[in-house]
Design a binder for this molecule. Structure first.
Ligand code: ASP
Length: 894
């Protein structure tokens, strides 16, 4: 022990005083190969503390024998162990290297000598006399797996130095559900300290989550080189498997926002740990002090193996105490192959120890493996490495830092930072203020809904923004065939920007590779097309109230009823009347319902006019009554419907829905060339949308457009329908009164702000969006950019249109006039026929020429002087009917 001892130890020595004189001495051996100076110091320190504390071993004084052996020299180590055993020892500690330790272990096994190790050993079975205080690699591996699951990492890269690294991660690599992890393994070059090529390959792959397994000595150079090539920013996360990250100087990375997480078994801030460290640092031997280690960027911090050696000595002391300290140490000879009988019991007592040490609770199973231990989860924050949670085998990873605390840390880290925002031009989301104005530079070049939205978020979260346009102007996605990213998606994956905003839809494909904020607008796909033209009503629009079918049925009913009336009237005796009521016994009876009169009667009632013919028999009256009822209902229905048909404007649109579009090929339709609308049709399982996709794909020239503005122009100038998203459709329709939305929305989705994968800002941007939504800012912004800036143009036009729609023009009733004219013409034709027919008959009777007779009749008609005309005796009347009849005097013809 160096002199003077540290103060706490001095106090313990003073209080221990007289008891030490009567104590039995038990020798224990520590084997340390070169490079294990810390463990040797810890071994010596632990023995000193045990001796100084009478409560641990009141009757025994431990004597520490520190043996330095050449590295990897098993022969020397075996010789040394045999020599020491001949002097009589109670336990062997160490060494650290696997091959040497294996030799020592087999000697101890043969001699029944307890062998206590503190090294990383992945064997699943231990020799009977061996105990290891170091946690088993399989348990450590479970801890890493549990962290990876906790963070929900699906894709990550493992950088490892040697095969031991893969053993440390065996649980992750061999997990039955490892298909859920997409792991890329990359080995550090053994022959070079230039890790840049390897790191560049990882960066190019787009993987930002890295599990780093390497020696402490190369950890800092790797991180430095990662910083050089831009892999130490807020988008990269590192899980470092070393339990001693706290002993590496990470000062240079504290403010970069990189997520660096590690596990540790020892809290270096513990009082015992810092005493031990002080003791070691003050050791006069240069090889022991911190100089060399500091030179290699390893801080003189307390390391796990040091703590484990300290704990190993304490475990031995506890076991010895439990053994009643009655142990007799005897010299043993390797040649004689004699063994130490008490060694067996002592090992069993060691395995039964349950105590707390610098490395937490210590407990062993029957194999001598450590079963109970707790690991601290530490993260590199702005003020250094901090414990944020713990891990145990039973409960897995537990974060003690609340979610709110984490978010506050992130918000704090954003203060006064400048985030780069990329955008794609599309009205009214992102627009250039004035492209031709060279005085406008930086953020002043842009305006629009998204520009205002990002400015509001930046104001809320205290950061500044730098706006820029994405190269090529496309929204982007992942090509399903090549897997290559494009547009804004590519820029984010390459970390060329911190945020991407425009009318960028949150889609499954994008969400797979990027992070998205909460949505700031919800929408669906709609169809933009020209407004329908007002079609002039057809000439015979008065026929429209009733369908052709009804008209045909009515005509049939009319003929049927007329014929029925004619037949029934002939059958009914009450319809046969005396034509000369003065003669009681007439020779003939007359029936007024001739076929023509029947037709006249029914048409008269159908036209609501009536006639001078009236049925007298009950049967004919029944027919008449039913017919009147029928005409009452039909005419009322016709009249009611006619008003509506004549006054409502008929707007004729060739398409009313997406189905209509799918059914035809005359009107072309398309969408944005690199957008989610196009992908919606590409991926749809609905038959009509699949048909539309095939049509769009095969159409030449292409129906896809490079910008929303181009799509709107095509709608205006061609027979083209543009499939676009509802908010922009609303915006366009507000400003172009000749355009309209056709049909409903085809889907539902949202716009969000995209961030690079693993961005720490996603939740803080999301909460800012929620605040803006709840305090109405989003609504105000929408009103400003949709209505106030050039919107509302089409309202007045619509009102005017409504007024004129109620007036009836000649167009509406022209057909009635045509029918009237046709009727009149037909009547004239019939009158001529009648005139000719009658004149022919009279000419024949009077033996005059037809033309002479016609001329006479025409002259009489044209005179228009009298409404009475002398009757002319019909030549063919039967003689009995002429009884008592004398012809009137002939008219005086001028
Ligand atoms: N909002 C769409 C997108 O994010 C653009 C479109 O397809 O109309 O890709």
């Amino acid at each position: 022990m160096r002199w003077p001892p540290p103060l706490p130890l001095l106090l313990l020595l003073l209080t221990a005083g007289p008891t030490a004189a009567v104590q039995k001495q038990v020798k224990i051996v520590g084997l340390f190969d070169s490079g294990s100076a810390r463990q040797a110091a810890a071994f010596r320190y632990a023995v000193d503390r045990v001796n100084a504390d009478p409560t641990v071993l009141p009757n025994v004084r431990l004597v520490a024998s520190i043996q330095r052996i050449p590295l990897l020299d098993s022969f020397q180590a075996s010789k040394r162990v045999c020599a020491l055993m001949e002097q009589g020892v109670a336990a062997i500690f160490g060494p650290q290297t696997a091959s040497t330790s294996a030799h020592v272990q087999s000697i101890c096994d043969a001699m029944e000598m307890p062998h206590i190790e503190t090294r990383w050993d992945y064997r699943l079975k231990r020799d009977d006399y061996s105990v290891n205080v170091h946690p088993h690699p399989a348990s450590l591996s479970k801890a890493y797996e549990s962290l990876i699951r906790y963070w929900n990492w699906k894709t990550f890269t493992v950088i490892y130095e040697d095969i031991d690294g893969l053993v440390r991660l065996q649980e992750v690599l061999k997990a039955p559900s490892s298909s859920e992890f997409k792991i890329t393994l990359r080995q550090l070059p053994a022959d070079s300290t230039d890790y840049r090529p390897l790191l560049k390959r990882i960066k190019k792959s787009g993987n930002t989550r890295i599990v780093l397994d390497c020696r402490l000595l190369v950890l800092r150079p790797i991180l430095d080189q990662a910083l050089e090539i831009g892999m130490m920013n807020q988008y990269f996360s590192y899980l470092i498997t070393s339990l001693d990250v706290h002993s590496v100087d990470l000062e240079a990375f504290r403010h970069l926002g990189t997520n660096i997480t590690a596990l540790r078994l020892v809290d270096p801030a513990q009082a015992v740990a810092s005493d031990l460290l002080q003791d070691w640092l003050q050791d006069p031997l240069p090889a022991h002090n911190g100089y060399v280690a500091m030179h290699l960027n390893i801080l003189p911090f307390f390391q796990t193996e040091t703590a484990l050696m300290y704990d190993a000595v304490r475990v031995f002391a506890h076991a010895l105490h439990a053994f009643n300290e009655k142990l007799t140490v005897r010299p043993l000879s390797c040649q004689a192959e004699n063994s130490w009988a008490e060694g067996n019991s002592l090992v069993n007592f060691i395995k039964l120890v349950r105590t707390g040490g610098l490395t937490g609770t210590i407990e062993f199973d029957r194999e001598g493996f450590r079963t109970e231990f707790t690991l601290d989860i530490v993260e590199l924050l702005q003020d250094g490495l901090k414990k944020v949670g713990y891990w145990t085998l039973a409960s897995g990873a537990n974060y003690t830092r609340s979610y709110g605390e984490k978010i506050r840390e992130i918000e704090h880290s954003l203060w006064n930072k400048t985030l780069k925002v990329i955008m794609a031009l599309n009205e009214p989301y992102v627009m250039m203020v004035n492209e031709s104005d060279p005085t406008l530079t930086g953020n002043a070049r842009f305006e629009g809904f998204c520009v205002d939205l990002v400015n509001e978020i930046a104001r809320l979260r205290n950061f500044s923004v730098e706006f820029d346009l994405v190269e090529g102007g496309s929204y982007g996605g992942i090509d399903p065939v090549t897997g290559k990213a494009s547009g804004m998606v590519k820029a984010l994956l390459e970390q060329k920007a911190d945020l991407a905003i425009t009318d960028l839809s949150i889609t499954y494909e994008r969400e797979q590779v990027l992070d998205f904020s909460m949505p700031w607008m919800t929408l669906g796909i709609g169809i933009l097309y020209k407004k329908p033209t007002n079609e002039p009503p057809p000439l015979f629009s008065f026929l429209a109230p009733l369908s052709l079918e009804v008209w045909l049925y009515m005509a049939t009913a009319y003929l049927g009823v007329s014929v029925l009336l004619f037949i029934l009237a002939r059958f009914s005796p009450y319809e046969w009347d005396n034509p000369h009521p003065c003669r009681e016994d007439p020779d003939v009876l007359e029936n007024q319902f001739s076929l023509l009169n029947s037709l006249w009667f029914t048409i008269g009632s159908l036209m609501q006019q009536g006639s001078d013919i009236a049925p007298k028999a009950i049967s004919t009256r029944m027919v008449a009554g039913m017919w009147w009822f029928f005409t009452l209902i039909m005419i009322s229905s016709y009249t009611a419907n006619l008003a509506a048909f004549l006054t409502v404007e008929r707007m004729v649109s060739p398409i009313e829905s997406a189905e209509d579009l799918a059914k035809q090929t005359d009107i072309k339709y398309g969408a944005l060339a690199t957008g989610s609308t196009k992908n919606f049709f590409r991926d749809s399982k609905i038959a009509s949308y699949q048909r539309m996709w095939s049509f769009m794909q095969s159409a030449r020239p292409s129906v896809f457009v490079n910008s929303g503005a181009e799509g709107v122009e095509r709608v205006k100038n061609e027979r083209y329908a543009y499939l676009m998203e509802s908010p922009q459709l609303e915006y366009v329709v507000e400003r172009n009164c000749d355009l309209q939305q056709v049909g409903g929305l085809l889907d539902t989705k949202s716009y969000g702000i995209a961030l690079p994968p693993g961005s720490p800002y996603t939740s803080t941007i999301s909460t800012a969006i929620l605040i803006l939504q709840e305090n109405g800012t989003l609504h105000l912004l929408k009103t400003r950019w949709w209505k106030e800036k050039g919107g509302g143009k089409c309202k007045k036009d619509t009102k005017a249109g409504t007024n004129s729609a109620n007036e009836l023009g000649l167009d509406h009733v022209g057909g009635v006039f045509v029918v009237l004219l046709c009727g009149m013409a037909a009547a004239c034709m019939i009158a001529i026929c009648e005139f000719v027919w009658k004149s022919r008959k009279l000419a024949h009777e009077d033996h005059v020429s037809l033309f002479g007779e016609m001329a006479r009749e025409v002259r009489f008609a044209l005179r228009c002087q009298s409404t009475s005309k002398p009757a002319r005796r019909p030549a063919a009347l039967p003689s009995e009917m002429l009884t008592g009849w004398s012809p009137p005097p002939p008219p005086a013809i001028a």
